[in-house]
Design a protein around this ligand. Structure first.
Ligand SMILES: [Mg+2]
Length: 102
């Protein structure tokens, strides 16, 4: 795994959570998923309450940090997966999978 892009940030996050004593054990995967959700909910709440976009963005940064922590626990090459998914999405048609809404 190359330590570039998202992988480099993943390593930084893992160093932080390890230094701060948080578990990255596989038994914590469900908890990590739930905590990602809480940060997205905090962003929605901040937006709903009319807080600044920087405050909303800070909650989204929390979500990114928690996602990268989870990726480190899973041992995935998130940079490669991200790049592959972006390439796949570029191949999709305009407004793909949109039946209602949007
Ligand atoms: Mg937060």
């Amino acid at each position: 795994m190359e330590l570039t892009g998202l992988n480099a940030y993943m390593v930084q996050v893992r160093e932080l959570v390890d230094a701060k004593g948080f578990s990255s054990d596989e038994a914590q995967i469900w908890q990590m998923l739930a905590l990602i959700h809480t940060e997205v909910s905090e962003a929605a709440d901040a937006y709903k309450k009319g807080r600044s976009y920087d405050e909303v963005g800070t909650e989204l940064a929390d979500a990114i940090i928690r996602i990268l922590h989870l990726c480190s626990a899973l041992g995935v090459d998130i940079e490669a997966l991200f790049q592959a998914k972006m390439a796949k999405n570029w191949q999709r048609p305009y407004r793909y999978n949109l039946v209602r809404g949007g």
